[in-house]
Design a protein around this ligand. Structure first.
Ligand SMILES: Nc1ncnc2c1ncn2[C@@H]1O[C@H](COP(=O)(O)OP(=O)(O)OP(=O)(O)O)[C@@H](O)[C@H]1O
Ligand SMILES: [Mg+2]
Length: 493
């Protein structure tokens, strides 16, 4: 079969890093080619070179036998290359149809032919089995459906190559299945796809071939059927990981954290307790009210009634600083928006919330600060040559690791982790799980929201299931059953 696309010896430098180092591999029509690798390996950079957002320093991209000259976002789009990013690029106030044809409108004379656009959009949606009126405004759609609209938009431009960069990180289980159905459909129509993900179980579900990248280099490309999970993990991390979920049940101590009958706009009557030495998982579908509950408990958002206690003391509502002082910390779901000051460097971000702790005397000790931060850089395998690198230049997953380092440095007693390993590579996941286990071993309490089922089952002592803003069930580690949790998660929607 003729190759659809080929990367030939692509290299790309950024100040201080060789983000891509002589990378070559290819894509066939009707293939799902999965690209995996640790945070900062160069996956997104390579795709940005393909989309024309970045210019390679050397190397070529060959599409159907022809070298793409002077690539740019416009050129690549015209050649049939489309990107589906995790942060979706739709205009919320416009309809599905207007979004699909944004930038390549169907015209009648000089005017946009809305009627024709609506008709064509409806056809395109129907064609991929999505039954929704294309006059619907995008702001009224869930994340999963918005992503479908992006895919349909790509199809409206006759995409031959579609790139998915971590597409499932904010999708629900059923949305993921819907995405996979459509990917299967595109495959049967000969579209070639690159698929980047840190959720390794997905590879085996939809991938034909896999490419592993590390430190900007191409490590291997092979048929997925020739590979097993541990070989892939070894390729990514450069080492074997025997036990990804190291957590064992500790003897639980006193209740350190309690949410009591908390009510707010998106959650009703939520009660949860976490004891010292315990990891309590919070499972549920995206939109179940989990993030809203913990944000309110921490004091970022309002709640209308109920109480929150840390070590028996009432946490004042609406005061995150006070909550932090009392020993609570929240690792937010949206790290980019809430967790990092992008114009500050790694070290500054890491120590920002623990300055008082590091320097009780008020005198800043540069050396100590650097040592502490370096400890976490090493442990979390933060891909950077220096602590002074501005966080805005880090890869998505590396930014997340910095936020985690920041909270670990704060030495809290109660940790709320909201999707702690979303977008994080498998090597660092393993370190984060070890750190979590160590924290509870030392007597901390952890409440962990996660949509990653293996993580919930692997790390929690108890699982609280939320649905429609309420706690609908509690399951113990020893009696967990994935079906039961899923059944509960769907119970109230
Ligand atoms: N605009 C930029 N300026 C400077 N350095 C950059 C820039 N974009 C990326 N980098 C660096 O290039 C390297 C590769 O980053 P890239 O985003 O491609 O990684 P990735 O494999 O997509 O990682 P992740 O899994 O975390 O998304 C990293 O070291 C990153 O810090
Ligand atoms: Mg990336």
């Amino acid at each position: 079969m003729e190759k659809l696309l080929e990367f030939k010896n692509i290299s790309k430098y950024f100040p201080g890093v060789k983000a891509l180092d002589d990378v070559s591999f290819d894509l066939y029509p009707g293939e799902v080619h999965v690209i995996v690798g640790e945070n900062g390996a160069g996956k997104s950079t390579l795709m940005k070179v393909l989309s024309g957002a970045y210019t390679a320093d050397s190397g070529q991209i060959v599409l159907q036998g022809k070298v793409i000259e002077k690539n740019s976002p416009k050129v690549s789009e015209e050649m049939g290359i489309s990107m589906i990013y995790q942060e979706l690029n739709l205009v919320p106030e416009l309809s599905i149809a207007s979004n699909i044809f944004l930038g390549h409108e169907i015209k009648k004379g000089i005017f946009v032919d809305k009627k024709a656009q609506k008709k064509r959009a409806d056809e395109l949606l129907k064609d991929v089995g999505i039954h929704i009126d294309s006059n619907t405004l995008v702001k009224n759609l869930g994340v999963g459906t918005q992503q479908m609209v992006e895919i349909v938009k790509a199809l409206s431009k006759n995409a031959k190559v579609i790139v998915f960069d971590e597409p499932t990180s904010s999708l629900t289980e059923s949305e993921i299945q819907e995405l996979f159905r459509i990917i299967g459909l595109l495959k049967s129509r000969g579209v070639g796809m690159f698929y980047i993900s840190h959720r390794l179980e997905e590879l085996f579900e939809i991938g034909n071939r896999v490419t592993v990248m590390r430190d900007g280099k191409h490590i291997l490309t092979d048929d997925i059927k020739n590979m097993n999970m541990s070989q892939i993990i070894e390729g990514i991390a450069g080492r074997t990981i025997d036990n990804l979920y190291p957590h064992t049940r500790k003897q639980p101590g006193e209740v350190l954290f309690e949410i009591k009958n908390l009510c707010g706009a998106k959650f009703q009557d939520v009660s949860m307790k976490v004891r010292a030495g315990e990891i309590v998982g919070v499972s549920g579908l995206v939109g179940a009210g989990r993030t809203e509950t913990v944000r309110a408990a921490f004091g970022i958002d309002k709640y209308t009634s109920g109480e929150v206690y840390i070590m028996g003391k009432k946490v004042p509502p609406g005061k995150p600083d006070a909550a932090a002082k009392m020993g609570l910390c929240l690792l937010p779901e949206d790290r980019k928006l809430e967790g990092l000051a992008l114009s500050l460097n790694i070290r500054e971000n890491s120590v920002i919330s623990s300055l008082k702790l590091l320097y009780p005397s008020g005198i800043i000790n540069d050396k100590l600060e650097k040592e502490k931060v370096q400890g976490y850089i090493d442990q979390l395998e933060i891909a950077t040559s220096t602590q002074e690198k501005l966080t805005k230049f880090l890869s998505g997953g590396t930014q997340q690791k910095v936020v985690i380092a920041k909270w670990l440095l704060s030495q809290s007693k109660v940790f709320i982790f909201d999707e702690p390993t979303r977008g994080i590579d498998v090597g660092a996941k393993s370190s984060i799980y070890q750190l979590m286990d160590q924290l509870v071993e030392e007597g901390a309490a952890i409440l962990m929201i996660s949509s990653d089922m293996p993580e919930i089952f692997g790390m929690s002592d108890r699982i609280q299931v939320m649905s429609g803003g309420r706690v609908v069930g509690e399951v113990d580690k020893d009696e967990v059953d994935q079906n039961m949790v899923l059944h509960l998660a769907f119970s109230n929607v």
